[in-house]
Each structure stands twice: as structure tokens, then as C-alpha cells.
Design a protein around this ligand. Structure first.
Ligand code: GLN
Length: 534
């Protein structure tokens, strides 16, 4: 069967949940038995998201094959329960590098290389490559209609739609409907304008998802249908919900898929979403509070997969979790009493990944508190590295111990670079990236949680635990419970005399799914629940 496409565009505002809508559409097709994939097109000129600050662009999501991608790929993986790869994230940077490399090679010899057709052809090829092998590909175009940067992508979509034929693709436009405070009136004018803009590029939506704060009345949908020339059953209201995992259920209830499936496949199958429904409806009577102490907390999107992984694990244990984001900068000078006050009522702690020296001393303080007060703690990547620094300084009495990332001249470099990382010339795509096998050591908590001898986990870092210190750590109770055997690298550390003080050099959050929570997060939540019951 030829691959069918759903193109998802955005109008009016960004950040209204286009990624969640795209992921939900994919999930609902998969629930009908189709083989589904998803592609994100990002109009920025960075080749990948890896060189962007989390403050600007939120989390960098890492795939199994080590691509540093847009955070929407995280939504797709979580909703589709499929591993994606670098080919599922197309950027202008990738497209232009490819076109310019071909021009230098002489592949276009004699032609004037132009946005149309050369750039648009490269975009079309990338879309088809990303979609290869699937019955249905959801392709989300980043940004909002009207942006200069996204024009070549929309033009490529227009051309591709012609080539695919009338039943080969559908366009879903996601917009925002403001509701005025003064009159409680829902305004469709911005949606009308954005659809007008979309049509001027040659794209007529088959369905419009109206995002709104509150449920919209029927006449608002009727007006949108009339002015935007979309059948009424193609106008869907997706209002704010408690959890993003409720969105597919809402879209299903509003029959969005009937419109799309009829259009593309000429049928209307039953969806099997009972397991998903059970997950969303799971009783969560126990309450938990987890603190996430990091450097980028002013933009919560920077930790989106970590927060979702905590939620997945909590749901699986029948608990409702509140995740409190705390800036490690603010804790650098915190006294013991301030720490005690801050962490009073907190049942567990996560120290997530990050880069650069800012906020590290605050994390060290918090980790000392958590270690001494037996607060269940998971350190992820940078978090694991800072756990090692704290232990070296405060338990092993190695004064000034540090990572060479923060103090290149430290006398005790417990975290340092391997030779291959010290010779890096380009910053882009040059970290230790993607999935590597981690061998678990018999009789450790890690092995007990994973219940497997070897696991594959995703990496994104330059620095590593320095094996010169391994013996000292182990003699003092901080044991290595997972290693990357080929290079004998420390992947997991755990404290013996503590309910849960586990540091991992990789990012387990990227592999957690709502229907398949990650064992390490489940381990953390289990211990946090025990503590909260005390
Ligand atoms: N900055 C650290 C490194 O590069 C940790 C990276 C991370 O937390 N992702 O090794």
C-alpha cells in the first residue's frame, strides 16, 4: 500500500499543542491497525536541535540512533509507542546543507540553484524518506502559517499533495480560539485569517482543530466551517484538559478520525484504545511530590521527557504526582535550615541533565542533603556526575573534587573527558549520542529494577566517570551497577546504604512511555511512596 499523509499545520499562535495533536492523530490511526510514523519539519537553520539552548527551544530529544531532535519527537514516540530516528526530523539546516553540498559536487551543473525546485525537491524527498514503510505518516510543519521560514516547506507540501492525488493526503490545521474575558465571547477571526493565509499558499484544510481554553459552543464550530469552507464534522474543538494523554480520547470522541480515515482509506474502522483509556482513567489515590532541581527550570519544556517519565511511573503505581521545579541557582547559598524547609514534604528528587558550571554548587548542596537524609534520588547524566562530585568531596574528603567541565585544573577530576572527546573540533553532533548497551551487575538495585542482564539506554554527553576513582567509590559504598563493557565506562552508580540514590550516565526519560513506564523511574516512585507513607 502507498503511504498516505496527514499534514499538520499551525495557525494563529505557536505552543497551542500542535505536536500533541499530531501525535494523537498518529496514535488513533495506529489504534485502527495502520502502520504509522511521524515526521517533524523544523524551519530553523540549525542542522539539528543539538546546538540550541534549552531556554530557547526546550528539551533536545535523543533517538536510538543518536539524532538530537525536536521535543515533538518525544511526543510522537510516547503516543505512538514506536522508536523514531534522525530521518523523522527534517530541518532547513539539513535541507540547505544537502542542497549546497550537491551544488558543490556539481550535481546541478549548469542550473541556477533555487528554492523552487531544488530546495522544495529536497524537502519532498526527505518527507518520503521519513515516511518510508508506513501506511500513514503524520507530518507536522513547525511554526505558524505566515512565517517566512516555513514557506518552502508549505510549498513542498502543496506540490507533494498534487503528486499524491486526491486521496493521498489530508491537511489538518491547528489554531487557537481566544475567549474574551469581558464578554466570554469565542473569537474565530484569527482562525479565519490563518486559513485564508493557508489557502493563499494553495493548501485547503480538510479538518481544523480549534484549541481553546474552555469548550466552545456549536455555533462557533458552525461559523468556522462556513468561513473556512470545511465540512462541519471536520471542525473539532480541543479544549484544555488535565493531561495531554486525554487528547486522543477527546479527538476520538469528536470523530476526527472518521473524517480523515474516510478521506484517505475510504473506510472507517473501530479503534482499539481501551488500554489507553484505562491508563488515563487509572485511579491515583496516593499523592506524591517530586522535586526536580535543574538549571533550566524557567522553561519547563526543557525537562518535558523527565516530567512525563515521572508521571508514567506514578500512574503505574496508582499515584498522582506533583513535580515541583526548583532552580539550582537559588540553592547555592542555601543554609541547612532553608534546605530542610525547601525539601520538607518532598518525597523524591530528580537531578536532570545539563551543561556548563552555572548552578552546579546548588545541586551539590541538594545532593548532600538528599544523601544524608535518605531522600530517594535519581541523578540523570549531569545529575549522576554531580552525585559523584558530591560524594568525592563530602565522603571521600577529596577537597575541590570536580568535573573537568567546570574546573579543568581540579586535583580530583572524578568526571573527565575520554581522549576522543578532547579532540573534538565541531560542537554539533559530536557528543556520545544515542543508544549503547549497559551491562547490569548481579545483585544490584539496578539489576533488580530492570530484571535483565543488558539494557540499551540513550546518551547525550561528553564527560564520563573517571575510572581512577572507581575503587575508592566502591570501597566507600557508592557502587557501580552498570557498565558499558567495550570501554569499561561507568553507566550506573548506586549508594548501598540508602533507599534509592541512583545516578545514571544516560537519559532513561527518553525511553519511558505512558503504557510502558521506565523501571528506574518506577523504582524511584516506589521508594518515594514508601517515604510518603512514613
Ligand atoms: N555536561 C555533561 C556532559 O557533557 C552532562 C550532559 C548531560 O547532562 N546531558 O557530559
Amino acid at each position: 500500500m502507498d503511504t498516505k499523509f496527514v499534514f499538520v499545520t499551525g495557525g494563529v499562535l505557536s505552543s497551542v499543542g500542535k505536536g500533541i495533536a499530531a501525535a494523537s492523530i498518529g496514535m488513533l490511526f495506529k489504534a485502527r491497525g495502520y502502520k504509522v510514523t511521524a515526521v517533524k519539519m523544523d524551519p530553523y537553520l540549525n542542522v539539528d536541535a543539538g546546538t540550541m539552548s534549552p531556554f530557547q527551544h526546550g528539551e533536545v530529544f535523543v533517538t536510538e540512533d543518536g539524532a538530537e531532535t525536536d521535543l515533538d519527537l518525544g511526543h510522537y514516540e510516547r503516543f505512538l509507542d514506536e522508536n523514531l530516528s534522525g530521518k523523522n526530523n527534517i530541518t532547513s539546516g539539513k535541507i540547505y546543507s544537502h542542497v549546497i553540498a550537491k551544488e558543490r559536487k556539481g550535481d546541478y551543473l549548469g542550473s541556477t540553484v533555487q528554492v523552487i525546485p531544488h530546495v522544495t525537491d529536497a524537502i519532498k524527498e526527505s518527507i518520503l524518506y521519513g515516511a518510508q514503510g508506513s501506511d500513514l505518516a503524520v507530518v507536522e510543519i513547525g511554526g505558524t502559517v505566515g512565517d517566512i521560514e516555513s514557506l518552502p516547506f508549505l510549498e513542498a507540501v502543496r506540490q507533494l499533495r498534487r503528486e499524491l492525488g486526491p486521496n493521498g493526503s489530508a491537511v489538518v490545521h491547528v489554531t487557537y480560539v481566544p475567549i474574551l474575558d469581558t464578554t466570554q465571547e469565542a473569537k474565530t477571526k484569527p482562525t479565519q485569517h490563518s486559513v485564508k493565509e493557508l489557502r493563499s499558499i494553495g493548501l485547503q484544510p480538510d479538518a481544523i482543530i480549534l484549541r481553546s481554553h474552555l469548550p466552545l459552543e456549536e455555533h462557533v464550530l458552525e461559523k468556522t466551517a462556513l468561513f473556512c469552507d470545511v465540512p462541519l464534522d471536520g471542525v473539532i474543538n480541543s479544549y484544555d484538559l488535565h493531561s495531554v494523554y486525554e487528547v486522543p480520547l477527546l479527538l476520538e470522541e469528536k470523530h476526527l478520525l472518521q473524517v480523515l480515515e474516510q478521506r484517505l482509506f475510504g473506510t472507517s474502522k473501530e479503534a482499539d484504545i481501551s488500554a489507553w483509556r484505562n491508563m488515563v482513567g487509572m485511579k491515583t489515590e496516593k499523592k506524591l511530590t517530586i522535586a526536580l532541581v535543574g538549571k533550566y527550570v524557567t522553561l519547563p519544556d526543557a525537562y518535558i521527557s523527565v516530567v512525563e517519565a515521572i508521571k508514567h511511573a506514578a500512574i503505574s503505581k496508582g499515584a498522582k504526582v506533583e513535580v515541583i521545579l526548583i532552580s539550582s541557582d537559588n540553592l547555592e547559598t542555601a543554609s541547612d535550615s532553608v534546605l530542610k524547609e525547601t525539601f520538607d514534604g518532598i518525597d523524591g528528587l530528580v537531578i536532570p541533565g545539563g551543561f556548563g558550571g552555572r548552578g552546579i554548587e546548588g545541586m551539590i548542596k541538594v545532593l548532600q542533603y538528599a544523601r544524608e537524609n535518605k531522600l530517594p534520588t535519581l541523578g540523570i547524566c549531569l545529575g549522576m556526575q554531580v552525585m559523584s562530585i558530591e560524594f568525592a568531596r563530602n565522603v571521600l574528603q577529596l577537597d575541590g573534587a570536580n568535573s573537568t567541565e567546570f574546573d579543568p585544573a581540579t586535583s580530583y577530576p572524578v568526571i573527565s573527558l575520554l581522549p576522543e572527546q578532547s579532540q573534538i573540533e565541531n560542537m554539533g553532533a559530536s557528543m556520545r549520542l544515542g543508544a549503547y548497551p549497559c551491562t547490569l551487575i548481579e545483585g544490584t538495585k539496578a539489576q533488580e529494577m530492570y530484571k535483565k542482564p543488558v539494557v540499551f539506554e540513550r546518551h547525550r554527553h561528553r564527560f564520563e566517570f573517571n575510572n581512577l576513582f572507581k575503587q575508592k567509590f566502591e570501597e566507600n559504598g557508592f557502587i557501580v551497577s552498570g557498565i558499558f563493557e567495550p570501554k569499561n565506562l561507568v553507566e550506573i552508580l548506586e549508594l548501598k546504604d540508602h533507599p534509592f540514590f541512583v545516578g545514571v550516565q544516560f537519559h532513561p526519560e527518553f525511553k519511558s512511555r505512558p503504557m510502558a513506564p521506565h523501571p528506574l523511574f518506577q523504582g524511584l516512585i516506589a521508594q518515594a511512596l514508601e517515604r510518603s507513607a512514613l
